[in-house]
Design a binder for this molecule. Structure first.
Ligand code: ADP
Ligand code: ASP
Ligand code: MG
Length: 814
């Protein structure tokens, strides 16, 4: 014999009820089956909402009732072809009773727990009747038994406790005399000893099935629902969640107690006592394996089996210096809550006894506060303890697994990954069995926390990186292209899932927490909402995704001004923009401090040498204990391009123009030609080497003329280049006459830095530097004579994008 329970969705439409009947066809052939059914999906909530309208004296309850009526009549209409008049009449009469009850509630505008139970019982009574009659009409040997005649409870309406002695004896004697191959029972509903209707708590049909299964000592309890088993975590919140094949009873108890709604928590106990396995299956996909809950699960299974969450939690904190040693303190506290019928979900107590934290359902918080403050009125007035502190808007997340105790470091992994993602933990509890570690966090962080933990414990170390990119000009576009090309490779080889979630240019911005399309992003962005820097920041915060990274691919000071806000929210920053690192030293130091404090990367490799690993190399030298003594470098791809082309055949003006047209200069070429850009770069290298300096401290001997420097627009600048051509020709000829080449050099030496145009003799490492290349020579304690040299293309959209890409990978490997 088997007991099968079908939940609300499983009996939520005629189509699904037909699926249920198909499943029963197989199970019951040659076997007896007891079938427990929920109300039609959503009906219990609808009944409650309709009654609430009536309580509120809102006439709309009549329309709401009609909705409930039609759901049932439509199902009958679709399930039964003919001979249905009797059934429709019976159901209509039941619905009339329901309507009268609702009218009564409207009249007295009040609904007691007792009335609520009476009201809700209609849901299961109707669904079980309709299903039983359908099966009978299709020729199945079916009986309908009202479980109120079997399950006896106390009078605790809406959440009654079962009298197992009376209940078991009722069930056994009924089934001893029953030969039907299928018996349908309504779930959830029961009766007290004095024949009042009671219910077993929301989700209680699972429990009904377990009670019957245990009383009859059946072979198996099957829970048929709308998902393919108990998932590693709530599948509605974590896309990567997957069904757990096997669980022990204790693991199932912990997961359901901490919010895995697929199984009503009290369900396990009755069948555990009899060692009856529970199988959770999907009515919509019966071929799926589902989850088996039993006592003989394979050894060596995963340490963490599942992660669950309960929302709407309030945390009560009772504290005070006089608490230590107050006799019977905890007893009085717990008794108070028990008298108020308030269920405690979690308890933590500091070993100093100075404070105790209790997690309860948010709806009970007000009651609990009043009752506890009253119990300790005396101690509070004597200032031995403080009035109770209530925090709301919280959730509990729990990591569960039988084998957690034999694996070290689970809690370390749990809390460090949450910490890295800025999930603040209000309280922690670990069961003595070490089967469960739970933490109280803000409800708004639940989705991020579950996704983070799921990734850490179940996703084979795959890490999701969520990018928010501001600035999609040449470099940004190349970066997106590179991500598109490499996405699959990164996932397979580095276990990095790099997703672009937000994009903005100066006009519009778009977001998609499920990742933007890398194919149609341009069209999508054009249709996006109006761009705003604050709006962008707010959305990044609101989406609250794990491993969020803000990328600044602009040259805009306002964008750079927001880095502190990103870092403070544990959002990593990758800056292509040099303004922050070369601006005021205090701001640079602040960013470094925030990055450390919030344990979140602030990277800017592309600020110097585009894609060349200049800063990374410098950092590694320093981290390994080396000291920088001097840096010699050619850091401007644009200036190098200009002076390499400038060989007396073309005018200086034309060459600068060409450099700009080919994308090798900043939008304003004066920033390159004045040496400011190079000065910023050597400043950043000096700072990264540990020297505190500002841009003004850098000696910049310009090779430009006064007229060039004083030009007040880009066009004006270009005309002064034409009028001063002789000056540039002279620079070239002077160098040539000494067999030298012109290079724009940056130097850092003994805490001082300078930039300027130099005549470089043959044989010097800079002499043959080609095209737009950069070269950096680090002289250090370990490299005193032969410097460490980094050389290669130092400008261009593609290499800059790959430098940004390298920063993304650094974050991924962090
Ligand atoms: P039924 O009406 O069949 O009793 P429920 O709605 O009570 O179904 O329970 C199934 C739902 O539980 C799923 O649709 C899913 O949204 C939710 N759920 C929450 N946590 C989990 C989990 N860990 N595994 C599976 N389902 C879960
Ligand atoms: N119909 C009840 C509810 O929605 C019981 C159940 O479905 O398990 O809570
Ligand atoms: Mg349920």
């Amino acid at each position: 014999m088997k007991v099968l329970k079908f939940g609300g969705t499983s009996v939520g439409s005629a189509k699904n009820i037909n699926k249920v009947i198909d499943i029963l066809k197989d199970v019951s052939s040659g076997n007896q089956a007891v079938v427990v059914v929920s109300a039609v999906g959503g009906i219990t909530d609808k009944l409650l909402n309709t009654a609430q309208l009536a309580v509120d004296k809102n006439q709309d309850y009549k329309e709401a009732f009609k909705g409930i009526k039609h759901i049932h009549l439509d199902i009958i209409d679709e399930l039964l072809d003919d001979k249905k008049t009797d059934i429709v009449n019976f159901v209509s009469e039941k619905l009339n009773h329901l309507e009268q009850l609702l009218d009564g509630i409207f009249l007295i505008n009040e609904m007691s727990p007792k009335t609520s139970d009476k009201l809700l019982s209609f849901g299961e009574l109707l669904s079980s009747y309709i299903i039983a009659e359908t099966m009978k009409s299709r020729g199945y040997d079916t009986a309908l038994k009202n479980s109120q005649e079997l399950i006896v409870t106390d009078k605790n309406h809406t959440n009654a406790s079962v009298d197992f002695k009376a209940t078991n004896s009722n069930i056994v004697s009924y089934f001893n005399n029953n030969t039907n191959s299928i018996t349908i029972l309504p779930g959830f509903i029961s009766k007290s000893k004095d024949n009042e209707i009671t219910t077993l708590g929301r989700g209680g049909s699972d429990y009904t099935a377990a009670i019957v299964a245990a009383a009859l000592n059946v072979d198996e309890l099957q829970i048929w629902t709308d998902v393919s088993g108990m998932f590693t975590t709530n599948p509605k919140l974590v896309k990567q969640a997957f069904p757990i094949k096997e669980l022990s009873y204790q693991e199932a108890v912990e997961l359901s107690h901490f919010g895995a709604k697929v199984l009503y928590p009290p369900t396990v106990q009755p069948v555990l006592d009899k060692n009856i396995p529970i199988i959770i299956k999907n009515t919509m996909a019966p071929e799926d394996h589902g989850t088996s809950i039993n006592n003989n699960i394979a050894h060596g299974s995963l340490a963490v089996k599942g992660i669950s969450n309960i929302n709407d939690i309030a945390l009560l904190t009772l504290q005070g210096n006089g608490m230590v040693g107050i006799p019977g303190f905890s007893k009085r506290l717990f008794e108070t809550l028990s008298q108020e019928k308030i269920n405690i979900v979690l308890i933590t107590q500091a070993s100093s006894e100075h404070s105790i934290c209790i997690g309860i359902s948010e709806k009970d918080a007000e009651n609990a506060k009043a009752a506890i403050d009253q119990t300790f009125e005396n101690e509070i007035s004597l200032h031995k303890i403080d009035p109770i502190i209530v925090e709301t808007g919280l959730s509990i997340i729990a990591v569960v697994g039988d084998n957690m105790k034999s694996h070290q470091g689970i809690s370390g992994k749990m809390f460090s990954s949450l910490g890295k993602n800025n999930v603040n933990i209000r309280a922690i509890a670990q069961g003595a069995s070490e089967r469960n570690i739970s933490a109280v966090i803000a409800e708004r962080d639940v989705k991020k926390a579950l996704n983070t933990l799921h990734e850490v414990f179940f996703e084979d170390n795959t890490k999701q990186i969520n990018l928010f990119i501001t600035g999609v000009g040449n470099v940004g576009e190349r970066l997106i292209e590179q991500i598109k090309q490499q996405k699959k490779y990164l996932k397979e080889n580095l276990k990095l899932n790099v997703r672009i979630v937000g994009l903005s240019n100066s006009r519009t911005m778009i977001f998609d927490s499920d990742s933007l399309s890398l194919k149609s992003w341009k069209d999508d962005l054009a249709k996006g909402e109006r761009a705003s820097l604050e709006g962008f920041l707010e959305t990044v915060k609101l989406l609250n995704l794990r491993n969020s990274v803000f990328m600044d691919i602009t040259a805009n000071a306002d964008v750079a001004a927001l880095y502190p806000e990103y870092l403070k929210n544990s959002i990593a920053v990758i800056a292509c923009n040099k303004i922050a690192c070369s601006g005021d030293i205090e701001n640079y130091k602040l960013l470094k401090r925030l990055s450390l404090k919030y344990n979140v990367p602030f990277l800017f490799e592309t600020n110097v040498g585009a894609g060349l690993p200049v800063i990374d190399t410098l950092n590694n030298l320093i981290l390994s204990g080396d000291k920088i003594t001097s840096i010699q470098a050619v850091l401007s791809g644009s200036l190098n391009f200009v002076f390499n082309k400038f060989d007396g055949t073309k005018s200086f003006h034309d060459i600068v123009k060409q450099a700009q047209n080919e994308g090798y200069t900043e939008p304003d070429p004066r920033i390159d030609l004045s040496g400011v850009d190079v000065a910023r770069k050597i400043l950043i290298l000096a700072r990264e080497s540990g020297t505190e300096m500002n841009l003004e401290d850098i000696n910049n001997k310009s090779f430009l003329t006064k007229a060039n420097l004083e030009s007040n627009s880009v066009d004006d600048f270009y005309s002064t280049l034409i009028s001063d051509e002789v000056h540039f020709q002279k620079l070239y000829k002077d160098a040539k006459s000494k067999s030298c080449r012109l290079k724009y050099v940056a130097e850092f030496n003994n805490g001082k830095a300078n930039v300027g145009l130099k005549e470089i003799p043959e044989g010097h490492p800079f002499y043959n530097l080609e095209g737009k290349d950069n070269i950096v020579m680090f002289y250090t304690q370990r490299y005193p004579e032969q410097p460490m040299i980094i050389k290669g293309a130092g400008a261009g959209a593609d290499v800059t994008a790959s430098g940004l890409f390298a920063d993304i990978i650094r974050i991924g490997n962090n």
